[in-house]
Structure formats: C-alpha cells, structure tokens
Design a protein around this ligand. Structure first.
Ligand SMILES: *[C@@H]1O[C@H](CO)[C@@H](O)[C@H](O)[C@H]1NC(C)=O
Ligand SMILES: *[C@@H]1O[C@H](CO)[C@@H](O)[C@H](O)[C@H]1NC(C)=O
Ligand SMILES: *[C@@H]1O[C@H](CO)[C@@H](O)[C@H](O)[C@H]1NC(C)=O
Length: 402
C-alpha cells in the first residue's frame, strides 16, 4: 500500500515540486514480489488431468479458508476451487452453504439470534442463518470450522470467511501459475435476495471481479495460460448469460440425474443427452458431473460405468467429476480402501480430464509417481534421479543369473 501511494504521488506532484519529481524518477521500480511476470513463473501443467483442489485442501483445513487454499497450492493443485455466494450488501464471498449454521459459530452470538429465517431454496424450505441476511463485515466476524467430524478439528474457530477477491489474491500470489475454479452458486436464490445497483445481477458481479483482476481469454489462450480459470455452474442460464460477458472457459456442473436444475427446471437426465450436449457445447468447454453419474455405485461397490464420458468426449467436452475423498467411507470397496487405486481407475480406465478432490496432495503424488511430466518442469530433477536409478537397476540385473 505504501509503495502504491508513493508511486501515485509521483504522477500528481512533479509540477508542484521538482525535488519530489527527481526523487521519484531516481527511485527504481522493482516488480512486487507478489506479481511475478508470467514467464518466470512455472506454468500450469496441461499434460495430465487437472488436480482441482475442492474447497482448498479441506481434508486438512476448514473449507474455503486462506490456509486451506495455501495448503492446496503447496501440495500441487493445478486449480483452487471455490463456491461464490453473496452477502446482504452484495459482496461476493467464498462459502458453500446458503446458511452459516453448519460450519460457522454464528449460533453463539446473541446479537444475531433474530436473523434466523426460513426461505425456499431450490424447491425446499430451509431454516437457518443465511449469508444474504448478513453484511460482509458481519460475515467476516464469524469463524469457520471443519465440516466433517472425522477430520482435524484443531483449526476450528481460527479462520474467517474470505471474499472472492481474497481468494483470487491467493492464486495470483502463488509462486507458480495456479488456476482458479469458482462456482456461481445458487444464482436463482442469490438474485431473489440481493439487489445490486444499475440492474446488475449476481452473474454480472461475478464476471466483473474476474475482469478486475485481469482474467480473460479463451481456454489455452496466452492470457488464459497466465491466469487460468474455469467458471462453473449448475445453472445453464447463468452459463449462457455470462457467455455474453466473457469468453473464459465454462464448465456445466451435472447433479444426480433425478434432480431438476434450479433455473430451467430440467432434469439432469435431459442435460446429459446428446442433443443437449450439442446445444451446450457452444457455451462450455466441459462438464463437471457428480461421479456416480459416470460410475454408479450400490452398497459401496461401483457398477458398470455409463457412457457419459465417451459421449462427452465425442462432443469435445472435458469431464471433471466430483468429489474424490481419501476416507474409507468414500472410497468404494472395489478399490481395497486405497485412494490411489481409485485415482488410477478414474484417470486410466475412465479417462477423465480433471478431478475435484479434498486431498490435493494425494492426487498430486499419485500423478507424479505414475505419469511424470516431461523434463523441464518441477519434476525434472526427480525424473533424472529416477532415470539414474533405473540404469543402476538394469546394470545390477545384468549381473544376476536368470
Ligand atoms: C415453504 O413454506 C411456505 C410458508 O409456510 C409455504 O407456503 C411453501 O409452500 C413451502 N414450500 C415448500 C417447497 O415446502
Ligand atoms: C447476448 O447478446 C445477444 C446480442 O446482443 C442478445 O441477442 C442475447 O439476448 C444475449 N443473451 C443473453 C443471455 O443475455
Ligand atoms: C418442474 O417440472 C416438473 C416436472 O416436469 C413439474 O411437475 C413442476 O411443476 C415444475 N416446476 C416448476 C417450478 O416449474
């Protein structure tokens, strides 16, 4: 901040004071450490399926908090993923549930006790403390906790809700190129409850923020490679609306096929048809299906895969299923309680293009060990070491008798 103000002063004061002008002109301008030019940062890998850090590394830290996102970046995320909702005063925040009850301490404040409401959300009446009834400042005063009881509870009450802009800053400050994967969450509900000036809607504000931070360009364009982003939504009308505002790549999320969409009241069964893929592929680069839609499961055993991936690929649509979790209660028995076997199946048998996971570190290790990138990236030294080991192994073997 101090640097930025000093720089601004340089432009407004030269006519007033030549001393200041000289002083400023002599001051060298270094790039801010947080803003490496794209070319010196290690680029996004595009050679293997994307590692999408679902709500950050929420297997370790409370979801969608700064530590969860920073940890995901340390662990090798290609993209950090988040859900965007709105506060009462129209600030976009990173938060998954429309209500604060489950993963914040909102219930303990007397001053908020009268904020409890019942609203209809996607055809269901929900009672609780809704983000849309709290200002950003109030939301930031709350503390977040771990959603699942069997995960590390030691960080409960330590971290706050962050804004969409805080989230973007984490990605832009990363020491390598890290993409973002924000969702336009519950757009019908948000637009019912929050009004912005000039008739702007939730989706407009969402795109405005991306543009403010320089996100632009189609999939794999030079601009996109510098600041990669996938925009995701379960609502087809949101995707189509923002297609008029930005050519950034979009992903249509697919829920359980029996569930209707929140906006067009279509079943996802209809949405995974070939004719719908033909229509929607003008707007999206891929789909993000619930993984049981790709490989159904019964009694914790997977069944025969559907043809969803084959058909999506035939329409040149990527497939990024959700959500991969290491814990035994999510890993199907076919995989012998081994998350690596599950990754192997989805990457090498099903052939997906990206995976949403709560455990980015595990997916990154799996990919490094099974499909190392070509030399010239972060794994190059490891590749050399493993080549050398392989040669030594061959030498030793050649001395062994058969
Ligand atoms: C939700 O509650 C309101 C008020 O009680 C009622 O009119 C409405 O039908 C309910 N909606 C659903 C989906 O149950
Ligand atoms: C997108 O822009 C075109 C051309 O201006 C317009 O006809 C169309 O209605 C717009 N679509 C949406 C979803 O706003
Ligand atoms: C959505 O579609 C279902 C089935 O076609 C229909 O019964 C229901 O009334 C529709 N709901 C709305 C809100 O249009």
């Amino acid at each position: 901040m101090a640097k930025a103000m000093a720089a601004a002063l340089c432009f407004v004061t030269p006519v007033l004071s030549s001393f200041l002008f000289v002083g400023c002109a002599a001051r060298p301008f270094y790039p801010l450490p947080s803003r490496f030019p794209g070319e010196i940062r290690q680029p996004l890998q595009t050679n293997r399926p994307y590692n999408i850090a679902h709500r950050g590394s929420n297997g370790e830290f409370p979801e969608e908090t700064l530590p969860a996102y920073k940890r995901a970046i340390e662990e090798g995320a290609d993209f950090i993923e988040t859900d965007i909702l709105s506060s009462k005063d129209g600030a976009l925040i990173c938060f998954h549930d429309v209500t604060l009850d489950e993963i914040t301490d909102v219930g303990k404040y007397k001053k908020f006790a009268n904020r409890k409401r019942t609203y209809e959300v996607q055809g269901v009446n929900i009672t609780g403390f809704f983000t849309v009834d709290f200002t950003l400042k109030e939301l930031q005063s709350l503390r977040v906790k771990q959603r699942f009881p069997y995960r590390d509870q030691q960080y409960n009450g330590k971290f706050s809700i962050i804004t969409f802009e805080d989230f973007i800053a984490v990605a832009l400050d990363a020491p390598r190129v890290v993409g973002i994967y924000p969702e336009i969450k519950n757009p019908v509900f948000i637009n019912q409850h929050v009004k912005w000036p000039d008739g702007k809607i939730f989706e407009d504000k969402f795109v405005e923020i991306l543009k403010k931070y320089g996100y632009q360009g189609s999939y794999l364009s030079k601009n996109w490679m510098n600041q990669p982003v996938f925009i995701q939504s379960f609502a087809p009308t949101s995707i189509i609306h923002i297609s008029n505002l930005t050519d950034l790549p979009k992903i249509l999320l697919i829920d359980d096929t029996t569930i209707p969409t929140q906006d067009t009241n279509q079943s996802y069964w209809e949405i995974i048809s070939d004719s719908y893929f033909n229509y929607i592929k003008k707007y999206v680069v891929g789909i993000g299906p619930w993984k049981d839609t790709v490989v159904p499961a019964v009694n914790n055993y997977i069944l025969t895969p559907t043809d969803l991936v084959t058909r999506a690929h035939a329409h040149n649509l990527q497939v990024h299923p959700y959500t991969f979790r290491n814990e035994y209660n999510f890993v199907h028995f076919n995989f012998h309680q081994d998350p690596y076997e599950e990754f192997d199946y989805w990457i090498n048998t099903i052939g997906v293009d990206g995976l949403f996971t709560d455990f980015t570190g595990s997916l990154h290790h799996f990919k490094k060990w099974t499909s190392n990138l070509p030399p010239k990236d972060d794994d190059a030294d490891e590749q050399k070491a493993s080549d050398l080991l392989h040669k030594i192994y061959l030498m030793i073997n050649s001395y062994r008798s058969p």
